[in-house]
Design a protein around this ligand. Structure first.
Ligand SMILES: C[S@@+](CC[C@H](N)C(=O)[O-])C[C@H]1O[C@@H](n2cnc3c(N)ncnc32)[C@H](O)[C@@H]1O
Length: 272
């Protein structure tokens, strides 16, 4: 089934194509690699809220009103996340992957949390680095398209809900209670993480990375965007480096990309 047929928009189809082209040109945000029924439903929702009748009118206002643009970006991305999401996978990472990687790359180890949302994922990496006594120079690069989630991530303040998978012991070691019974991640853990705004579909990637986690991000991408992304991740990894994906995600063509499965949801780069 054509994915666009999953959603019937009340607005004009040609103008929708025009809108995406102009958003790419004007804002350097190319949404054409995303699943279109989802993107369009969300854009239409905002337009209805403000009673726009056409994509052209909406676009003209998007150019003028930065608040409207911020709302657009925020509504187009879903930021649900938590610490140690799928705990058994993080257990495996801690026991089997991180010790090897740290042994091989030492203080030069590079970890990248791609699509980090509000920071729970990169801080989980940072906690594991602390648990494994990794050198302080080992940092986690944490990137996301959405600048609001990055601002929130930098603050490092979380509700109890985000910490459901965090043991009491780890809570004591790496968090302090802040206002309203929230938890704030301690500064030595924060210092391990470097946050940056970055679009996985457009911006350049780092090289020689030891570990990339990209989890629950590609679900919004169409096949072509997903395949290109995986190719770029493989380029970005060093040989022996690992790509850690979400627990509903599989890379079917992993062999032709030069990857091996070392455990479900963990792919290792085996050749250049
Ligand atoms: C559901 S969250 C996943 C958070 C975390 N990785 C996890 O698994 O818990 C998806 C994140 O992907 C980000 N995202 C979506 N498209 C992106 C893109 N093109 N480049 C970078 N990040 C993107 C969203 O802003 C959102 O924060």
């Amino acid at each position: 089934m054509n994915e666009n047929s999953l959603y019937n928009s009340p607005y004009n189809d040609n103008e929708y194509v025009w809108l995406l082209e102009n958003i790419a040109k004007h804002f350097q945000l190319d949404l054409r690699g995303y699943k279109q029924h989802r993107v369009r439903r969300r854009i239409d929702m905002i337009m209805r809220k403000y009673s726009y009748n056409s994509y052209k009118d909406y676009f003209n206002d998007l150019k003028k009103d930065s608040k409207l643009w911020d709302e657009f970006l925020d509504k187009l991305t879903i930021n649900v996340t938590e610490f140690f999401r799928n705990p058994e996978k993080w257990n495996y990472l801690k026991k089997e992957i991180l010790p090897r990687i740290l042994k091989e790359s030492g203080s030069k180890t590079k970890i990248w949390s791609a699509g980090c949302s509000t920071g729970e994922e990169p801080y989980t990496h940072a906690i594991l680095l602390e648990e494994l006594n990794a050198p302080k120079t080992v940092k986690v690069l944490a990137t996301d398209l959405d600048k609001f989630v990055i601002e929130k991530a930098k603050k490092g303040i979380y509700t109890e809900r985000s910490l459901v998978n965090v043991s009491e012991d780890l809570k004591k070691k790496y968090f302090r209670k802040s206002d309203n019974n929230n938890y704030e991640i301690l500064s030595f853990v924060k210092n391990r993480v470097i946050f940056k705004q970055h679009n996985l579909l457009m911006d350049p990637f780092e090289s020689n990375v030891d570990l990339i986690s990209c989890r629950n991000v590609v679900i919004y991408f169409d096949m072509e965007a997903k395949n290109n992304l995986y190719k770029n991740f493989v380029k970005s990894l060093r040989v022996g480096g690992v790509l850690f994906v979400g627990s509903t995600e599989r890379i079917f063509n992993y062999k032709s990309l030069g990857l091996e499965v070392i455990e479900p949801f963990f792919y290792q780069k085996v050749k250049e």
